[in-house]
Design a protein around this ligand. Structure first.
Ligand code: ATP
Ligand code: MG
Length: 591
């Protein structure tokens, strides 16, 4: 009975299926007094073969899924948003806060009252009929006339794919417009069928041409409307300095992932505004999705991207041969072709100053130029599996019912769940569990399982030591049932060195996490006003640091590359034992 109740609440099994399950459970209950009850079969509790049944409200009516598929800059999102504007009420769900913000502003400008909901921010517009949100935040409680799910190909992502799956299966809307590369159309059609929905495919062609250009000779050849792409934030600042020195009077904006989202939006706005001198953008792949920027040419400074660890020989075998040596030496791999294509697609977008002439793509050396050209012509890989992750209540029910793992040790629960769970492997793949376990291991605080899942989903940069340490402190406060303030100290002056600037961005991330937690656990984290005020100051200091011409950069990039190579060689030579590895991790965490 317990199990049935848990499943009914958690997995929201269809009424008919539930009836037979509860009848069986009732019979079992009646006999329990005589025959000892066997422990529940873990496989039954971890049955995820029909995730569409988790959303009975969405299954009550037939929906129409309209897939807007095509290359970048082909008007997919535009057409979906036109349908959203015409709707009586509706919701937009996208992968980035910046995109959600762009749609929120676009709809309000068009006279459609639209609220904004992201993990950290709630802008409720009076009388709003529409909402714009990040995919993780989209509400499944409302009934919508039209819903838009952007960048649907990310449904296959091993880190975030489950959020697209949840939205696609769970949104209760008359029409759902999904936009993205054609790569995922067959999968979405299949899932639509499973849900009993109608499916319509609309395909698009790129609206403006995108031309490969010859290799760029030097920084003097950079011109207004160029976006230089490189994948390291230190290199982004180095390139900004090189361009500003080579072309006096030119100012560069920068956009990369660890900058506060508000700063990224402000830098994008500065770049898009004509006549203010901010003519060039230097950016990482943070500009890769959906944004409409005033870019004429995308110039790849480098296509190599830091891979996190020394790539294994098996991984190296799949790397283009001309990059293998660098990959071995520097621990950097060429960016995925689909990503290169996506970034290049930012150039010459319609309705920008460069829409008429089209866009161009170039690189700084012949090897990268060839890689980029191949990426532009590469056939997309089909997305065949949607990411799936059990709702936290299902995980909790699993831990409670099966008792095969301690309720508070989330990594053990996830491992046990992954081992026994049943999944429709033709359509779905587990997603998000690796990242969740990584954060949980870093936190190492005995929180109730559902709280821990929430903490692990906080927007914490898990490579930033301060952010992880503060998230741990917040988790401890929650575990002890105490209240916690943000506990962040900001300096009085603007950042003087690039390191200071990175630290300031780290502090912003901590404040962001605090606000995110304050939305979910206001009784534990009651100081959201103070956190918000500090966050604003932080953004001001970051902006001042970016505008400073005297921001001190690290000495030499080459030195960095050499030290990375040396570290990789040292790490390979001396692999610590498993016991020692544990100590290293714990030591790091406690700092
Ligand atoms: N029919 C149209 N009329 C006016 N503007 C349009 C039209 N179609 C597209 N646009 C404009 O062209 C630009 C690119 O369109 P959109 O953002 O829809 O592209 P997309 O296919 O979604 O690209 P991406 O894959 O990069 O997200 C936007 O500024 C959009 O407003
Ligand atoms: Mg789009």
């Amino acid at each position: 009975m317990l199990l049935t109740r848990a499943l009914r609440r958690v997995a929201s099994v269809r009424p008919a299926a539930l009836r037979s399950a509860s009848t069986a459970a009732a019979v079992q209950d009646a006999t329990a007094a005589v025959v000892p009850k066997p422990p529940p079969d873990p496989k039954t509790v971890a049955d995820m073969r029909r995730p569409e049944w988790w959303y009975p409200k969405a299954r009550l009516s037939k929906r129409t899924i309209i897939y807007h598929g095509g290359p970048t800059n082909s008007g997919k999102t535009y057409h979906a948003l036109e349908a959203l504007k015409r709707a009586e009420n509706g919701v937009y769900a996208g992968p980035l806060r910046l995109l959600a913000l762009e749609v929120h502003e676009r709809l309000n400008d068009a006279g459609v009252y639209c609220s904004l909901f992201t993990g950290q921010e709630r802008r409720e517009v009076p009388f709003a009929t529409h909402a714009s949100s990040t995919i993780e935040m989209v509400s499944l409680q409302e009934r919508y006339d039209v819903a838009v799910i952007d960048e649907i190909q990310l449904i296959g992502s091993s880190e975030r794919g489950h959020s697209w799956t949840r939205a696609l299966l769970g949104l209760d809307a008359r029409e759902i417009h999904v936009c993205g590369a054609l790569d995922a159309s067959e999968l979405v059609e299949d899932l639509a069928k499973k849900c009993g929905d109608d499916f319509v495919l609309k395909t698009y062609e790129r609206l403006t041409p995108l031309k490969p250009l010859p290799v760029l000779k030097g920084w003097r050849d950079v011109r207004a409307g160029d976006c230089v792409v490189t994948f390291s934030r230190d290199d982004i600042h180095a390139v900004k300095r090189l361009i500003e020195e080579a072309k006096p009077g030119t100012k560069c904006c920068v956009v990369y992932g660890t900058l506060p989202p508000e700063t990224r939006a402000e830098q994008a706005r500065l770049f898009n505004t004509e006549g203010n001198g901010y003519d060039v953008l230097v950016a990482s792949d943070a500009i890769g999705m959906g944004l409409n920027l005033n870019i004429g040419r995308v110039l790849f400074r480098r296509v190599l991207k830091y891979a996190g660890n020394a790539p294994s020989e098996a991984r190296l075998a799949s790397v283009a041969p001309e990059y293998r040596d660098d990959a071995r030496r520097l621990g950097q791999l060429p960016a995925d072709r689909a990503l290169v294509k996506q970034i290049a697609g930012r150039a010459g977008r319609m309705s920008t100053a460069f829409g008429e002439g089209g866009g161009g793509v170039a690189a700084m050396d012949e090897r990268d130029a060839q890689y980029v050209r191949k990426a532009l012509n590469a056939k997309p890989d089909k997305v065949t599996k949607a990411g799936l992750f059990p709702p936290s209540e299902l995980l909790a029910a699993f831990a409670r019912e099966t008792k095969i793992a301690s309720k508070t040790d989330i990594t053990a629960v996830v491992d046990a769940f992954v081992n026994v769970c049943q999944i429709d492997a033709a359509r779905y793949a587990l997603a998000g569990h690796v990242e969740l376990k990584k954060v949980a291991t870093q936190l190492d605080v005995p929180l109730p399982l559902e709280d821990m899942v929430t903490f692990c989903a906080a927007p914490c940069n898990s490579s930033d030591r301060l952010a992880v340490a503060m998230l741990t402190e917040y988790a401890r406060a929650r575990a002890r049932g105490e209240r916690a303030g943000p506990n962040v100290r900001l300096p009085k002056h603007k950042p003087r060195t690039l390191r200071d600037l990175h630290d300031m961005c780290g502090k912003h991330n901590v404040l962001d996490c605090y606000l995110w937690l304050a939305h979910r656990f206001p009784e534990t984290f009651p100081e959201s006003d103070a956190a918000m005020a500090q966050k604003r100051r932080c953004i001001g200091l970051v902006a001042a640091g970016l505008a400073s011409r005297r921001l001190q950069l690290p000495e030499k990039k080459e030195a960095d590359a050499k030290s990375v190579a040396a570290k990789l060689v040292a790490a390979k030579k001396k692999k610590p034992s498993a016991k020692k590895r544990g100590r290293v991790v714990r030591g790091k965490r406690s700092k």
